[in-house]
Design a protein around this ligand. Structure first.
Ligand code: CA
Length: 445
C-alpha cells in the first residue's frame, strides 16, 4: 500500500484484496489499483505484492500434501490462539472479550489462499480508470449523492471535506456499500497473524479489532469485512478505525458496519480532514505540456506554483494558466504518451487513504465527474499493456547490465528504477519520462 510497511499500514486505511482482471466493471469490491508504476515515486502497491515472498513449497505440493499441511496448521493455530490470548490480556483485552470473540474461530484457508494468490498481472492506468470511473459508478454515485444529500451536507459542513470526494471513496471501496465484505474479521486477522507473513502487522490489527469489540461499538458476529481486515462501507482497518472513526449522531456507537452509511461516511471525512483536506480545491487538474517540455521536471519532488508552471508553458485544457490552488507537481501516470495532471495538496491527502497513484486519480476523477466535470481529455497509449512482475524484474536486470543500475532487482518500479530508466532514455535520445513500458523493455532486449 505504501512505501514502507510500517508507515504504510500505520497510515493507511485499508488493505486491498486481490481483484482479478476478469472482474466485470463495478462488480469488484474495489477496482484493482495495482497499476504498473508509471510515475515518479516509489511504487506503493496496495497489497504489498512487492514484498510478498514466493509461494511456500509446502503449499504448492500435491493436493493431498496440502490437506495434511492444513490440518497441521489448524492444530498449530489453536495453540497459537492460546498464546495470543495471553499477549492480548497483557494489552488490556479482558478474558470475557477474548472468549466471546474467539468462539468458533478456526484456521481460515480461504483467507490464506487469497493472501497467497494475488494477481501477477497488473492493470494500466486507463484499464483501472475504465472500471473505477465507469458510467455505472458515476451514475450510482450521483444517485448516492441524491439519496443521502442531507447527511452528506451535514458531514461536509462539519469536516470541510467535499461530499463528492467522500462519496467517491465510498464508491471505490465498496461500490457505495454494496460490497462491504462478509469475512469474519477476528478469524481472518487471527489466521493472517498466525500465518506469519506480516504477522506483527496483523497481530496489531487483531488487538485493535478486539478493542473495538470490547468498547461495545459492535460484536464479533457483526464484525465482518474483507479477507484482509478492511471493514465497512469505506473499508477501515481496525487501527485506523480506533484512531479516526466517529459517531456522527452521538448514539454511542461508531457503527461503520450497518446498512446506514452515516458513521462510515463521517469517519472518512474525519480521516481526510485530519490529514489536511483543503475544501473546494482540486486534487489535480488535467494540463497540457508544451512542446519541448523538460520531462525530468515531471517529478513529485519538483513543486512550483501554477503561475510558475504557466511560465514554462504548462497550462490548463483551456490554454490558460491553472488558478492558484497552491504548490503543485506534474504527474504523468502513463508517461509522456498519456494524460498529464497538475497535482496539489489534496492529492497527498487522498494518498493517506491509499497511496497508489491510480487509486488517488480514481477517487479524484470520480469526484470530479460527480461534480459534473468532464472526462479526462487526453488519449492513453492503449496499445501498451502493463508489465508483468517477471517483466519488471527483467527490465531491472537489463537496465543494470546496460550500466543503468536500478540498485537491486525486486520487480518494483521505484525511484531508483525510474532514475535508471530516465538515464537510459536520455542515452538513447528518447523522451526521459521514466515510464516502464513494454516498448522500453523491448528496446533493452
Ligand atoms: Ca453512531
Amino acid at each position: 500500500m505504501i512505501a514502507s510497511w510500517g508507515k504504510a499500514f500505520a497510515l493507511a486505511m485499508m488493505l486491498v484484496p486481490a481483484v482479478t482482471l476478469a472482474n466485470a466493471p463495478d462488480r469488484s469490491i474495489r477496482p484493482e489499483a495495482r497499476v504498473v508504476q508509471p510515475s515518479y515515486e516509489p511504487v506503493r502497491f496496495l497489497g504489498g505484492s512487492s514484498l510478498r515472498p514466493q509461494l511456500r513449497p509446502d503449499l504448492v505440493a500435491s493436493r493431498q500434501d496440502q490437506q495434511v499441511q492444513l490440518s497441521t496448521s489448524n492444530r498449530a493455530f489453536q495453540r497459537w490462539i492460546d498464546q495470543f490470548k495471553r499477549r492480548a490480556r497483557g494489552q488490556g483485552i479482558s478474558q470475557s472479550t477474548l472468549d466471546a470473540a474467539f468462539q468458533g474461530v478456526s484456521y481460515n484457508t480461504d483467507v490464506i489462499s487469497r493472501d497467497r494468490n494475488q494477481a501477477e498481472f497488473t492493470k494500466t492506468i486507463w484499464q483501472y480508470l475504465e472500471t473505477a470511473v465507469s458510467q455505472t459508478r458515476i451514475r450510482n454515485g450521483r444517485e448516492a449523492l441524491r439519496k443521502h444529500a442531507r447527511v452528506l451536507d451535514q458531514i461536509e459542513a462539519r469536516y470541510g471535506v467535499d461530499k463528492e470526494v467522500v462519496v467517491a471513496v465510498w464508491g471505490l471501496e465498496s461500490a457505495y456499500g454494496s460490497f462491504r465484505g462478509d469475512t469474519p474479521i477476528i478469524e481472518a486477522l487471527a489466521t493472517l497473524a498466525f500465518d506469519g507473513r506480516r504477522g506483527a502487522f496483523f497481530e496489531e490489527q487483531l488487538i485493535a479489532a478486539l478493542k473495538i469489540i470490547q468498547n461495545g461499538d459492535t460484536d464479533a458476529r457483526n464484525m465482518t469485512g474483507s479477507w484482509a481486515g478492511a471493514m465497512g462501507h469505506t473499508q477501515f482497518i481496525p487501527t485506523s478505525y480506533l484512531a479516526y472513526a466517529v459517531d456522527f449522531r452521538g448514539d454511542g456507537k461508531r457503527d461503520i458496519w450497518s446498512e446506514d452509511p452515516t458513521d462510515a461516511l463521517a469517519s472518512t471525512a474525519a480521516y481526510l480532514a485530519n490529514f489536511g483536506w483543503q475544501k473546494d480545491r482540486p486534487w489535480g487538474v488535467e494540463v497540457k505540456l508544451p512542446r519541448g517540455f523538460n520531462y525530468a521536471q515531471a517529478n513529485r519532488r519538483t513543486k512550483k506554483s501554477p503561475a510558475q508552471w504557466g511560465r514554462l508553458g504548462v497550462v490548463g485544457l483551456d490554454g490558460k494558466p491553472v488558478p492558484n490552488y497552491g504548490q503543485a507537481s506534474i504527474l504523468l501516470p502513463a508517461g509522456a504518451q498519456g494524460a498529464a495532471f497538475m497535482i496539489f495538496k489534496n492529492f497527498e491527502v487522498i494518498e493517506r487513504y491509499n497511496s497508489a497513484d491510480a487509486y488517488v486519480i480514481g477517487v479524484g476523477h470520480l469526484s470530479d465527474r460527480l461534480k459534473g466535470r468532464p472526462a479526462i481529455q487526453a488519449s492513453w497509449p492503449t496499445d501498451d499493456r502493463a508489465l508483468t512482475r517477471a517483466e519488471r524484474r527483467e527490465l531491472q536486470e537489463r537496465l543494470t547490465r546496460a550500466g543503468f543500475s536500478t540498485q537491486g532487482v525486486d520487480g518494483r518500479i521505484g525511484p531508483n528504477t525510474i532514475s535508471a530508466i530516465r538515464a537510459f532514455q536520455r542515452s538513447k535520445g528518447l523522451v526521459p519520462d521514466g515510464y516502464a513500458s513494454l516498448e522500453l523493455l523491448q528496446q533493452l532486449r
